[in-house]
Structure formats: C-alpha cells, structure tokens
Design a protein around this ligand. Structure first.
Ligand code: CMC
Length: 399
C-alpha cells in the first residue's frame, strides 16, 4: 500500500476562488494565448478570419487570397495577389520521389495515412527543412499548401491505375485540384464550390489539430513534424474524419424513408452519435454548414441521382437533429455534415474527404505555428495525480 496525495500537495489543480479541485477535461475553455488569426462566435453562428466574416470571404474571395490573408494578416492588392498566386502555382509540382513512394504504397492504405507519410517524406526532401527564419517558414508553408492537393490527386489516380495529371499553372488552386483528379477542367459550379470549400475549412482557431501542431512547434521541433502531427489529429472521426463518417452514416441509412427508424434505433438509444453534429464551440448552427448545405442543394438539383438521395437523407436527418438535439442540447449539424455531399457531386471518392480537409487546413495550422513560435513558450500542462506514491517495491519472485 502506498500513500494517497491530498489536494494541497498539488496546488496547480486548485481553483483559487473556490479552493476545490479543477480539471479542464478536454482542455475545454482554456485560453492558451492571444491571437489575431481567427474568431469564432459560437453563440451567434459567426466565424471570422483576421476579422473578415466567412460569408463574405466565401462569396467574394478566393482560396489564394485567403491563404495570403491568413499568412500576412492583410488582404493583398492586385499585384500582390497575382505574384502570390503565381508563387503558389509554381510550387504545385511534387518531387519524383513522392510519386515513386505513392506507387509503392499498398492500394488499400487509408488516404489519410498515405498523406501523412507523403507529407513526412516531403519534409525529408526539402533542403530548407531546418530553416526556421520567418522567410524559411513562409516558404515551407507555401510549398506544403501548394503540394498537398497534388499528392491527393496523384494518389487518387495511382490507386486507380490511371496516369497522374501534372498541375496546370493556368488554373486557379481549387480548379487545378479538380483537373488533376479527373483529367478534365471542372464546370463553373464545381470550380466555385471547391474553392469555397478550401476557404471554409482553411482555419478554425485552437482546435485539436491546430493545438497538436502548436504543441509540437512549441518544443522547437520542425515544421513538418508539426504538420504531420496535426494530420494525425485531424484524422479522428470526432474531428476532420467526421466528413467521411457522415457520408458512411447516410449510406447506412440508405433512403429518406429510413431516417426516422435509424434515428430512433441509433441516436435515441444512445448507440451512436450523429456524425457531422455537435461542436465544442458552436452552440448554434455552424455558419460553414449553411454554405455547404446551399452548395449541396444546388448540386442535388443539378446532378440528381445519388447526390439528390444523399441530400434528401441529410435534410431529413438534419430536421431531427435541429428539432430534438439542437433545441434541447445545442447539438446542431456542423460543416462535416454537408461538405461530403458537395465532394460526392464532384465525383470524389468518400474515403478522400478528410484529406481535402488537410489540403485546406494546412494554412491555418501554419499560421498558428508562426504566431505561436514568434513568442514561444513550451506547452506543458499538468495532471492531477490520483494514484498512490511511496509504494513498496516487491521483488518479482515474491509477487
Ligand atoms: N450526436 C449525439 N449526441 C452528441 C453528439 C452527436 N453528434 N455530440 C455530442 N453529443 C452529446 C454527447 O453524447 C454528450 O452527452 P452526455 O452529456 O449525455 O454524455 C454531450 O452531447 C456532450 O458531448 P461531448 O462529447 O462531451 O462534447 P464535446 O464538446 O467534447 O464534443 C464533438 C464535441 C464534436 C466531439 C461531439 O459533438 C461529437 O462527437 N460530434 C460528432 C463528430 C463530429 O461531427 N465531429 C466534427 C466536429 S466539427 C469539425 C471539426 O472540428 O472537425
């Protein structure tokens, strides 16, 4: 038998006002730094990047401009945007070694695992990987933001035994991604929707993946390690993989007529969670979900078929969520509920959806890394030790 510690032995766990043990499980509502990157007003469905509302950016901006905004903390003028877009497009090619790596990967490896490995390897191949100057960090950020869509598109084609498609520098970032996926230029609606998706998912304050990136960067580890860690965090179904899980859920439901039965059997019984619903910060509707839903509706009307089926299943399920979970418990549908239907309409396979999230979010992670390390302090939280100490060590033969 050992000795239990008292609360007084661990003063870092005591709330000064009440004198009681305080544990912020899930690091909920713990503010770790000041920031000028992103503001989420979870009570009024608002999201801002560098002070600009997501609705306005989705409507009027482009992904290239949003990348510039997040990185430089200002909107570019015409000349700056042209130069910057040119820089991004010049960086789209991936080294031959990455294609060779993709060719060697077993075809059934999860796309997020492929992307994680390829990103890490891309770091090995970057001669400036240890350059921690501000310029060096910007260069690595643009390199990665530009190349990740190429890795995803090449993997998509390689695993389907199709020749890879080189990036087309005449096309905008999102348009070029769809071109590399399908070897044809996308229609206007798809190009715009993909660009909006890139914008909507570019940044989201100190979530699990951004925190992972910043934790790694705060040890003065390297940029690629921080991004690879963030990719690992995003891959969980409670975070970015929810966009894949939401589509699997719609597939499982199968038809709009089955929504009520499925909801009663799975959600009301507590067997499952609605994937693409609930959020730590949003206590009302996720503003990104509204925009994705609108594009999903446009595609459902235009494309019909399975896209329309998915749209109808999702709409009906959303009605239940909003009536029963949102009203009573503030669990509303989020961006991952609707984004998959938009990607599905663009003929993108479901298992790739979380990698699209990475393609957008790498800029947000990078902005947080840069901001945090500019005034760095290693991230080192504490735990409340609930075990015993000074236990008697019993030799193995006597246990
Ligand atoms: N469906 C049903 N019940 C839910 C859901 C849901 N989607 N989300 C939360 N709840 C319930 C949960 O069961 C718990 O109930 P109780 O208090 O009775 O145990 C309560 O709400 C609080 O849940 P929590 O897990 O403590 O809340 P959290 O803030 O820690 O979790 C979340 C947030 C996003 C992990 C959670 O809502 C969830 O699991 N959602 C489904 C996955 C998902 O859509 N994730 C994407 C989030 S948005 C984009 C992104 O960040 O990647």
């Amino acid at each position: 038998m050992g000795k239990k510690l008292s609360l007084e032995d661990q003063p870092w766990c005591i709330d000064k006002a009440t004198g009681k043990l305080v544990i912020n499980k899930g690091v909920e509502n713990v503010c770790i730094d000041k920031s000028t990157i992103c503001y989420i007003d979870g009570f009024h469905s608002k999201l801002y990047y560098r002070g600009y509302s997501i609705e306005e950016l989705a409507q009027k901006s482009t992904y290239e401009e949003v990348v510039y905004l997040l990185l430089y903390d200002k909107l570019p003028n015409k000349r700056e945007l042209t130069d910057f877009s040119g820089w991004m497009s010049e960086e789209r090619d991936i080294p031959r070694e990455i294609d060779e790596l993709l060719c060697r990967m077993p075809r059934d490896v999860e796309p997020m695992e492929v992307l994680r490995t390829a990103t890490s390897y891309l770091g090995n191949l970057d001669p400036g990987r240890h350059d921690t100057s501000r310029d060096g960090m910007f260069r690595k950020t643009i390199r990665l933001v530009a190349k990740i869509p190429t890795i995803i598109a090449h993997w998509h084609r390689i695993r389907n035994n199709q020749p890879v498609v080189d990036p087309d520098p005449r096309l905008a970032h999102a348009e070029n991604f769809l071109y590399m996926m399908h070897c044809e230029k996308p229609d206007q609606l798809s190009a715009k929707a993909m660009d909006v998706s890139f914008i909507l998912l570019a940044e989201h304050e100190m979530n699990a993946s951004a925190f992972t990136a910043v934790v790694i960067a705060s040890t003065l580890s390297d940029y690629y390690s921080a991004i690879v860690g963030a990719i690992g965090a995003l891959r969980g179904p409670l975070h970015g993989y929810a966009n894949v899980a939401a589509m699997r859920q719609f597939e499982e439901i199968g038809s709009p007529d089955n929504v009520e039965k499925w909801y009663k059997e799975n959600i009301l019984t507590g067997k499952k969670r609605v994937m693409g619903a609930g959020h730590r910060v949003y206590k009302t509707y996720d503003p990104r979900a509204k925009i994705f839903r609108d594009y999903a509706r446009q595609f459902a009307d235009k494309v019909g078929g399975k896209v329309k089926d998915f749209y109808e299943i999702a709409s009906k399920l959303e009605d239940f969520v909003m009536r029963e979970l949102c009203e009573a418990r503030n669990i509303c549908t989020n961006c991952d509920f609707w984004s998959g239907i938009v990607y599905y309409a663009m003929n993108i396979p479901i298992d790739l959806y979380c990698t699209l999230f990475v393609a957008s979010r790498t800029i947000g992670w990078s902005a947080h890394i840069l901001e945090y390390i500019a005034d760095n302090r290693i991230i080192r939280p504490r735990l409340y030790y609930d075990g015993e100490i000074d236990k008697e060590y019993i030799p193995i033969e006597k246990r």
